[in-house]
Design a protein around this ligand. Structure first.
Ligand code: NAD
Length: 482
C-alpha cells in the first residue's frame, strides 16, 4: 500500500509536498462528486474497522499523553467517533437524496430541488484535549459528504498524533486523506492552500487567525471554539443531583473539556449546600478529595507544564485576592496533577473569572435574583454551552429567552454533545457553524439549488422587454399578490 503523506516538521520542501497532496486530492474530490452512498460508507467502515482492531493502542496513546483513564477514552474518544460513523451509515442515503422544494405560482411549470454536493478538499485542524475524537468526528462528516481531507492533529499529544498518522497510513491513500504532523507553522503552511472547506477546533484566539487565513482564499470555515460555559443553579433544583452532574462534566478529562461548566452561578440560598454536595460528589467519584485524588485511576492529568503552571498561577492570583478554596487546591508538578478544586468569593477581575479555565478549578459565584445571573452571562462573550438546573418552568423560559449560547443542556452537563440528532457548535465567540450528524454532513456540503425550466410557454418568460403596458399590469399584480 502507498504510504500516507506525512511530515513531522515544516522542512523547506513541506509546502511543496502539501501542494502536491492538495493537487492530488483536488483530482480525487472532483471524481468523488459522483460518489455513491455505498462508496462513502465503505470509506467510513474502513475507519470503523481500524478503530475496532486498535482499541488498545488508542487507550495506550491517550494514557501516555495525559494519563487519560481507559474508560474515559472509551466514552469520550472512541464512542463519539463510532457513534458518528454508525449514525452517518444509517442516514447517508437520506442525507444525500436531492431535496425537492415547493414551486410558488409565479414559477409555475418549473421544478426545483437542493442537491448536496461535496465541497471538495477539506482541512481539519484539531486541538489536544480530545485529540482522537476531535480530529475524527469531523473526518466522518467530511467523508460522508464526499470530501477529501488533509488533517492537522495537535502537536501537544505526540502519542495520539503518531497513532493517528498510522491510522491514516493504514486506512487511506494520500490523495484521499493525508495527515500532517507539527505545530502552528504546519497549520499556517496548510492554511495558504485554497481549501474548499476548513474545519477548525480550538481556541477563539486561534479561531480568528484561521478565519483570516480562510478569507484569503474565500474558503468556507467551521469554527468550533471555546469560552466560559456557565452552570446556573436555581434553589428549586435537587442539589445532590445537580452537584453530581456538574462534577462529572467539570472533572471529566481533569476539566480540559470545551463544554465543561467553567463556573457556577448559584442562588445564594443554596450556595453552601451546593459546595458541600460538590465535595461529596468528588469523594464519590475519586474516593477522596484534594491530594487523595492522585491515587484514583479515574482522574486525568494536565496536558503539559505550561497549562499546569497557568492553572496554578490563576488559582494563586485568585487566592491572593481573597478567594476561598473550599476543596482541592493541591498541585503536583511531577505529575501535572491538579486536584478537583472548588473556589468561592473569586474576584471578578481575576483570570479565573475572565478567561476560559480549561482545567479542574470551579469558581462558584452567588446571585440573589435570576436577572443578575442572566446579566452576568450576557456581559461575557456567548458561551459554547449553558447549563441550567431548575425545577421551575418560568426560570427555564427566562434563561432560554434572555441568554445566547451555542447549546443548552437543562438539568445536566455535557451529555448534549452526544445526542446525534442535535447540532453541536458555538455562536460567535464560541464558534461559527454546526457539526455532528446531519449538520456535519451539511457543513461539508454545498447545498446546491437546482431549478429546471420547461420548454415552450413559461410564466417567467412573460416579464421580458419590451415592457408593454400589459406587462406592467402583470408586474403590478405580482407586486400586489405574489
Ligand atoms: P489552540 O487553538 O491553541 O490549537 C488548536 C490547533 O490550532 C492545534 O492543532 C494547533 O497546532 C493549531 N494552532 C495553534 N496556533 C496556531 C496559529 N497561530 N495558526 C494556525 N494554527 C494554530 O487550542 P488548544 O489549546 O489545542 O485547545 C484548547 C481550546 O480548544 C480551548 O479554547 C477549547 O475550548 C477549545 N475546544 C473547542 C472544542 C469545540 O468543540 N468547540 C473542543 C475542544 C476544544
Amino acid at each position: 500500500m502507498e504510504t500516507a503523506a506525512t511530515t513531522s516538521a515544516l522542512d523547506t520542501d513541506a509546502p511543496a509536498q502539501m501542494l502536491q497532496v492538495f493537487q492530488q486530492q483536488r483530482t480525487t474530490s472532483q471524481a468523488w462528486r459522483r460518489s455513491t452512498a455505498e462508496e462513502r460508507i465503505e470509506r467510513l467502515k474502513k475507519l470503523q474497522r481500524w478503530m475496532e482492531v486498535n482499541r488498545n493502542a488508542i487507550h495506550e496513546a491517550l494514557y501516555r499523553d495525559f494519563g487519560k483513564p481507559n474508560p474515559e477514552t472509551d466514552l469520550t474518544e472512541i464512542y463519539p467517533v463510532q457513534a458518528e460513523i454508525k449514525h452517518a451509515i444509517k442516514h447517508l442515503h437520506d442525507w444525500m437524496k436531492p431535496q425537492k422544494v415547493k414551486t410558488p405560482l409565479q414559477f409555475m411549470g418549473t421544478r426545483s430541488y437542493i442537491q448536496y454536493e461535496p465541497k471538495g478538499v477539506s482541512l481539519i485542524i484539531a486541538p489536544w484535549n480530545y485529540p482522537f475524537n476531535l480530529l475524527l468526528v469531523p473526518l466522518v462528516s467530511c467523508l460522508a459528504a464526499g470530501c477529501t481531507a488533509m488533517l492537522k492533529p495537535s502537536e501537544e499529544t505526540p502519542h495520539t498524533s503518531g497513532l493517528l498518522e498510522r491510522m491514516v497510513a493504514e486506512t487511506y491513500q494520500p490523495h484521499e486523506v493525508a495527515l500532517f504532523k507539527g505545530g502552528k507553522e504546519v497549520a499556517q503552511a496548510l492554511l495558504k492552500l485554497p481549501f474548499d472547506h476548513i474545519f477548525f477546533t480550538g481556541s477563539p484566539q486561534v479561531g480568528k487567525i484561521i478565519m483570516k487565513a480562510a478569507a484569503e482564499n474565500l474558503s468556507s470555515a467551521t469554527l468550533e471554539l471555546g469560552g466560559k460555559s456557565p452552570a446556573i443553579v436555581d434553589y428549586t433544583t435537587n442539589l445532590k443531583e445537580a452537584a453530581e452532574r456538574i462534577a462529572f462534566g467539570k472533572w471529566l478529562n481533569a476539566g480540559q473539556t470545551c463544554i465543561a461548566p467553567d463556573y457556577v452561578l448559584v442562588h445564594e440560598r443554596v450556595c453552601e449546600q451546593l459546595v458541600q454536595e460538590l465535595r461529596k460528589a468528588i469523594n464519590g467519584m475519586y474516593g477522596g478529595e484534594g491530594a487523595q485524588v492522585k491515587e484514583s485511576n479515574d482522574y486525568a492529568r494536565i496536558i503539559n507544564k505550561r497549562h499546569f503552571e497557568r492553572l496554578k498561577a490563576a488559582l494563586d492570583e485568585a487566592a491572593d485576592a481573597g478567594a476561598v478554596v473550599e476543596t482541592g487546591g493541591n498541585f503536583d508538578a511531577a505529575q501535572f496533577f491538579v486536584a478537583p478544586t472548588v473556589v468561592t468569593d473569586v474576584p471578578e477581575e481575576s483570570s479565573l473569572m475572565q478567561e476560559e479555565i480549561f482545567g479542574p478549578i470551579l469558581p462558584i459565584r452567588r446571585y440573589t435574583d435570576l436577572s443578575e445571573a442572566i446579566s452576568y452571562v450576557n456581559a461575557k462573550p456567548k458561551p459554547l454551552s449553558l447549563y441550567l438546573f431548575t425545577n421551575r418552568k418560568e426560570v427555564e423560559t427566562a434563561v432560554l429567552q434572555r441568554t445566547s449560547a451555542g447549546g443548552v443542556c437543562l438539568n445536566d452537563t455535557a451529555i448534549h454533545y452526544l445526542q446525534p440528532n442535535l447540532p453541536f457548535g458555538g455562536v460567535n465567540w464560541s464558534g461559527i457553524g454546526k457539526a455532528h450528524g446531519h449538520w456535519g454532513f451539511m457543513d461539508f456540503s454545498n447545498q446546491k439549488p437546482v431549478m429546471r425550466q420547461r420548454s415552450g410557454l413559461t410564466s417567467t418568460g412573460t416579464f421580458k422587454p419590451p415592457y408593454s403596458p400589459k406587462i406592467q399590469k402583470f408586474i403590478n399584480l405580482m407586486l400586489k399578490y405574489l
